[in-house]
Design a protein around this ligand. Sequence first.
Ligand code: ASP
Ligand code: MG
Length: 526
Amino acid sequence: MGAAKVRVMKFGGTSVGSPDRLDRVVEIVAQSRAEGPVIVVVSAMQHTTDRLIRAADLAAAGDLPAAERILDELMDLTTSNGLMGLRRVEERVGGAAGTVQLLPPVREMISQLRQLLYGVSLLRERTPQTLDLVLSFGERLSATVLTGLLQARGLPATMVDSRDWLVTDDGFGAARVECEATQARLAAMAAGWDDALPVVTGFLGRTTDGRTTTLGRNGSDYTATLLAKFLGASEVVVWTDVSGVMTADPGIVKDAYPLSRLSYMEALELVDFGASMFHPRTLIPLIESGIPMRIRNTMQPQDEGTRIDASGSSDRTAATSVTSLENLALLGVQVRRIAKQSPVGGRLLRALEDAGLTIWMSSQSAHGQAFAVAVPVAERGLAERVVNRELELELQRGEVESVTVRAPVTLLTLVAEAMGQTVGVAGRFFHALGGVGVNIRAVAQGASSRSISCVIDAAETQVAVRTVHAAFNFAHQQVSLLVLGKGTVGGHLLSQIAAERETLAARHDADLDVVGVVGRRGVAFD
Ligand code: ASP
Ligand code: MG
């Protein structure tokens, strides 16, 4: 791919989910490609993966007609996006689009998928292996369409099926990548790419004996970072439908804004605490290689987005982001006496993990009499059974004071790289929550000291997120000033503002913004 380092650009499901967006994607790729070599990675079109899961379930349940209706929808979505996208490209570049045959490969794939689902309906069985094969059609369809559109735009796009290079184990549904084999295959393959513009299916892989696998939900980002690492890319750009990693859920906090920088570790922490940004393994290839990632908005390509790299923001006092993970249940256990050999907390945690529960948070009092764990509401019943079984003896002996369940609750987390170095972050966090009367049901500090979490009642989620967001540097006090007259007094004021602005921002979290000056000779607004 020449001497210049390649850029890997990944487009998510929403970015390829409508003709308008596809049109933007084509333009973004065309522009980037003019600046240097690019590899494109795509997800399935929006909702496609969910639809395919549903179709496979219906087929396995014996309802083939319903499964086929989903296929028809998929066919409609894919072809209409493809054809309308093609028309947009045509409007831009003239007749070139006419030569691209988009529909035949799409039809061919859908008919293969139809046969596959027919097979599923006969067998009445939908194993993880079969599901992965069914799901693979999602990414293959979107890559086919995007390849066609890029070709119509005059670019040497070529579709690359990731199953031809990404080697995995047979952990269907969440397969593990076999790095050595993958790297070797990719190197051999990339050698033949020359000047081509590869359009790679995200999410997919294949076992050494040729069975299709997937990397797990949201796996396309991971495909992109693996490619970047193995090919020594300059950066990975994840194009999505938001302008970066936000300081809070914009649905809850109106003035949430995208962070400009984030360290890998902060980003990992955010993944851990429910900002379902990525597949959990996404960042690993980047951490290993030091390659930065940028998250950018397909519909607002002028926005800088968030850059995620080894160093993160240079502002060590800044908190990063506040996340809320809802629909959890909090199990609390209080014991009277502690068995000397085996504190209850450790045992319970192990038992819950062995039972396969998703544990979002656990905490234990210093002396081990109180233990709390947060699990998804859906797993509440199982968690209770596990706890009761594990404590059977203690319960019989009357050593357990109480086993309580609170649901629904929310796990609220503040991520801050500086948490470890700066005292007072935790204090400010709890003080802010206490100040608005939010009851804290359990507390946990991440082992990494990069985050602090607490469990609160679901009903208080919104007020808690807003309060924490406002308590940290996110919510500057913004003061807009209109200065009337810029004679001696006004002039002094203006120079004072200019001189003190940084101090005010740093010490008092206030941002003074002069929006207009009215003088004798005129009015200036900005
Ligand atoms: N299409 C897959 C999913 O929906 C992979 C991805 O989008 O990254 O999970
Ligand atoms: Mg995604």
